[in-house]
Ligand binder design. Structure first.
Ligand SMILES: *Cc1c(COP(=O)(O)O)cnc(C)c1O
Length: 966
């Protein structure tokens, strides 16, 4: 068809061009798919699928679709309202130099940032290796036996340490956690919030109390110290640690990762748990995040460790292979008995920190740490000469200064574009970092002393050299070597580094290879335009506690995003603090609890949770000391209304809330949802609607409209923040008016309430909020609604094509599914012995990541295609599934035995098919090129199927000796 040559301008302008880029299927494809699903139009499909009572009567107010150029130009002008000052605030956040090879090839590379959590380890060996490097780095620097693969931030890691202490302490009757007053204030804030919800007591006081007589009176299950202290001092805490342990408590230390390069490790001082932020290892401050927290402990506490741990195992050929270890400890299996509710963590940022260590190596890191320390020494010596002696007697990078002209200094600092730490009474804090240069020291003297001080860096440096004194106490200087593994000593040229990054990337299947149809996880497009602002310095280089007037760009962007999310969710207010979905659950349940308390009903503590719920729901309920009562589901997978009514009535006096997912985790729009809300409300409870499935709601219905009171939004699912291989994420919560006074506050930032904090930073991982902002701005209200509609179409199209071959477990009205569907593998397993695991691994041979396996129903696969996948890609997936079905038939019919067929031996590696004697009853082509489409885009897994049991029996969570790889 040729276009007419004389077209009007308005027909040539591309109004919704981004909508057409984000949504996979073209208009023609949509039409064809509608025909295949038996719907006459998208509207018709939605009418058939979504119960009429919950369909929104009015469109979203979120405006028109805009072009990428327009949106980015506007956001740039908003970002320009932020002031990038020189930050010397410290408190756990430091300017850092992100090596450009890491910036471009990790942080800005979809091969790394679009990957999913490594649940299919055979196609995740690259990021698993990098996470193992992160664990080794954590272990070496902390002096501990075992480390996890990242937590959300330092403050929540401290809260996890407190919870671990309570679990493992031998002092079972103790209910007190002691916190040294030298701990960062935001950490104390988060600890207090967490402790109150658990029913623990927290006492904040001098660290020294613990080693003197008065410890006898303290019945503690644990304590936390900061090393170096928040105000910069380096104190020998060996006696305090021992005192805690003598009292049968668990000694926890929050440590600075850079300082640990020069300091004796907390492990050598006797600590039981060591945690902290890895931010200053090459991850921008980003106005609070995302960054990875590290968490390390003793071997004896390994089963109590929160979060994910990467372990070493073997594949079916005996080759070394990596995987997530001891998953049975986790929330998705143990529910309210899990160690924590951590699901999404900070994988991408842990990888950046690990690569930073790989690139610099032990010598490079030591030089960086020594330079920071030397600049601090020089700054201090100059100040002392002029009569300002630091309050702290020792330091790594932070000086606390008692000054009588604080106001004068602060105004000089402001004029110079410098931020100092100001929250200390009558004192100032100055924290140096990797970015500091000679001229910065001279400028700091100007600011602190006034000009004309006549200090010379080289003179002071020479004097210090002659005096041979150290600002780090001799008995606390590191003597043990770190990072001796070859991985930290091999890739120091940029060429070697680039290739190492690429080598690992090649082992991983991410969205830039093929569709990742993970039910409940919404692996949709993370558009390049959405990612671009993340690495703008105007967003990246702000300290979370900088003066509010320097962050007006952030405020504009966050307020705008909140307004849009209010419109989309039907709630009245948004709290941006929680930095994962599970953190949002916790924050939302806290708000519910405080609301009940405010009405004199603080005794309400029962949380109803349907049997099908995601494991984080009960795990979060446990964190606010709620009692979980399970509500049954009926044969159709819906909440059993009789059971719900009976339980709500029976428990009416103690009912706090229900946690429910919508559409249900079974992928169905239950038409009883409003009734569920009513029943719970009638009995005095609140409705927490898990927003992980918002991708089936946006523009079509909303939790607020349905009648819920609070929800978290997984911005890393519905709103396009990439999964990063297992994090970062953002889990802001939307609340109705009556809950708004009870959302999180923050000690370092006025959020308009006095409530405790749930994250270290006031706006969580603020620097990834622009991703969701750009997505909404680009799509506009109509585009967002269309995305939902096509997500539903894509799922129903898969059902139409697959249902004759595999049973689809649950459907709603008119036999429709929502945005995902569950393929039941159990009947085939019964008939043939082929399992859902075999199918998942066989999909790898076809170039696909498996759908969600055995959630929410064991023995099933849950497929969520999202709106971003085109018909071509869906058809490729369908072809693979039908071909696999055919293979299962061959086993069923006896053409292949159950022991020798391409399913049970999947995935096949390149090595398998070059072996001279091929022993199988199927040929090599069937093994690795089972359908012709594979040939054009073959993905080779780097290992064969991995043995989970071996890995857990022989737990090994450190870098593997090089010989193992030979
Ligand atoms: C992903 C998910 C969560 C948890 O979110 P995280 O960001 O991983 O903590 C909770 N509920 C459901 C239904 C989910 O799919």
């Amino acid at each position: 068809m040729t276009a007419p040559s004389n077209r009007s301008l308005s027909s040539l302008e591309q109004k919704d061009v981004f909508v057409r880029r984000h949504i996979g299927p073209s208009e023609q494809e949509i039409a064809a798919m509608l025909t295949d699903t038996g719907a006459s139009s998208l509207d018709d499909l939605i009418e058939q699928t979504v119960p009429a009572a919950i369909r929104l009567p009015q469109p979203l107010a979120t405006g028109e679709s805009r072009t990428e150029q327009e949106v980015l130009a506007y956001l740039k002008s908003v970002a320009a309202k932020n002031t990038v000052a020189k930050s010397y605030i410290g408190m756990g956040y430091y300017p850092t130099l992100v090596p450009n090879v890491i910036l471009r090839n990790i942080l800005e590379n979809p091969g790394w940032y679009t990957a999913y959590t490594p649940y299919q380890p055979e196609i995740a060996q690259g990021r698993l290796e990098s996470l193992l490097n992160f664990q080794q780095l954590s272990m070496d620097l902390t002096g501990m036996d075992l480390a996890s693969a990242s937590l959300l931030d330092e403050a929540t890691a401290a809260a996890e340490a407190m919870a671990l202490a309570k679990r493992v302490s031998k002092n079972k009757k103790a209910n007190l956690f002691y916190v040294a007053d030298t701990v960062h204030p935001q950490t104390i804030d988060v600890l207090q919030t967490r402790a109150e919800a658990f029913g623990f007591e927290v006492e904040v006081g001098p660290a020294t109390v613990l080693s003197d007589e008065s410890i006898a009176g303290k019945d503690i299950f644990g304590a936390l110290f900061q090393y170096p202290t928040s105000e910069g001092d380096i104190v020998d805490i060996r006696d305090q640690i021992k005192a805690v342990q003598d009292a049968k408590g668990v000694a926890c230390v929050a440590a600075d990762i850079m300082a640990l390069m020069l300091l004796k490790s907390p492990g050598e001082l006797g600590a039981d748990v060591v945690l902290g932020s890895a931010q200053r290892f090459g991850v921008p401050m980003g106005y609070g995040g995302p960054h990875a927290a590290f968490f390390a402990t003793r071997d004896k506490y390994k089963r109590a460790l929160p979060g994910r741990i990467i372990g070493v195992s073997k594949d079916t050929n005996g080759k070394t292979a990596l995987r997530m270890a001891m998953q049975t400890r986790e929330q998705h299996i143990r529910r309210e008995k899990a160690n924590s509710n951590i699901c999404t963590a900070q994988v991408l940022l842990a990888n950046m920190a690990a690569f930073y260590a790989v690139y610099h190596g032990p010598e490079g890191l030591k030089t960086i740490a020594q330079r920071i320390n030397r600049y601090t020494d020089i700054l201090a010596a100059g100040l002392s000469k002029k009569g300002i002696t630091p309050v702290n007697g020792h330091w790594f990078d932070t000086l606390t200064l008692a000054v009588d002209n604080k106001d004068e200094i602060v105004s000089r600092a402001q004029a110079a574009g410098i931020n100092l730490r100001l929250d200390l009474d009558g004192k100032l804090g100055v924290s140096l970092h990797e970015v500091v240069t000679r001229s910065d020291i001279a400028q700091l003297w100007d600011v602190l002393l006034g000009e004309g001080h006549a200090l010379e860096i080289d003179n002071i440096d020479a004097e210090l050299t002659a005096a041979d004194a150290s600002s780090i106490p001799a008995e606390l200087q590191r003597e043990t070597a770190v990072l001796e593994h070859p991985v930290f000593n091999s890739y120091h040229s940029e060429t070697e580094m680039l290739r190492y990054i690429k080598r690992l990337e090649n082992k991983d299947l991410a969205l830039n290879h093929s569709m990742i149809s993970l039910g409940s996880c919404t692996m949709k497009l993370n558009a390049t335009a959405e990612m671009i602002p993340v690495t703008w310095p105007e967003f990246g280089e702000l300290h979370p506690f900088c003066p509010a007037e320097q962050a007006t760009g952030y405020k504009t962007m966050i307020d705008q995003l909140s307004d849009w999310l209010v419109d989309i969710t039907g709630y009245d207010a948004i709290c941006m603090q929680p930095n994962s979905g599970a953190q949002g659950e916790y924050a939302g349940l806290l708000a519910i609890q405080k609301y009940h308390e405010s009405r004199g009903e603080g005794h309400r503590n029962v949380c109803l949770i349907p049997a099908s719920a995601h494991g984080t729901n009960p795990a979060s309920a446990q964190m606010v000391s709620m009692k979980v009562v399970v509500v049954a589901c009926d044969k159709q997978g819906n909440v059993d209304m009789d059971d719900l009514r009976a339980k709500a009535e029976e428990l009416a006096d103690s009912l706090s809330c229900i946690m429910i997912t919508y559409p249900s985790t079974h992928g169905v729009y239950e038409d009883t949802i409003q009734e569920i809300c009513d029943v719970v409300h009638q009995h005095g409870g609140q409705v927490y609607l898990d927003g992980a499935n918002m991708n089936a709601q946006v523009g079509v219905t909303s939790p607020g409209f349905i009648g819920a009171d609070v929800s978290h939004l997984n911005l890393h699912k519905t709103f396009c923040i990439p999964h990063g291989g297992g994090g970062p994420g953002m889990g802001p919560i939307g609340v109705k008016k009556h809950l708004a006074p009870f959302v999180a506050g923050h000690t370092q930032f006025d959020l308009g309430n006095e409530n405790g904090a749930v994250s270290a930073a006031p706006f969580g991982s603020a620097s990834i909020l622009p991703i969701s902002w750009v997505y909404i701005a680009l799509m506009g209200g109509i585009g967002l609604k269309k995305a939902t509609e096509v997500a539903i179409l894509n799922a129903n199209y898969l059902v139409a094509k697959l249902k004759g071959h595999f049973p689809i477990l649950y459907t709603g009205q008119n036999d429709r599914v929502a945005h995902e569907c569950i393929i039941d593998m159990r009947p085939l397993k019964e008939a043939t012995g082929i399992t859902e695991m075999d199918v998942a691994k066989r999909l790898i041979d076809y170039g696909f990541h498996a759908p969600t396996m055995s959630f929410p129903v064991a023995g099933t696969l849950m497929v969520e295609p999202t709106e971003s996948e085109s018909k071509v890609e869906l058809d490729r997936f369908i072809e693979a599934m039908l071909s696999i079905r055919n293979e299962i038939s061959k086993v069923e019919q006896g053409d292949w035995t159950l022991e020798d067929n391409p399913l049970v031996h999947a995935p096949h590696t390149q090595y398998d098919v070059i072996e001279a004697d091929w022993q199988h009853s199927y040929d090599r082509k069937t093994a690795v090129y089972p359908v012709s489409a594979v040939a054009a885009n073959k993905f080779w897994p780097s290992v064969n199927r991995i043995d989970d049991v071996y890995g857990d029996r022989n737990l090994f969570c450190a870098c593997v000796p090089m010989s193992e790889y030979e």
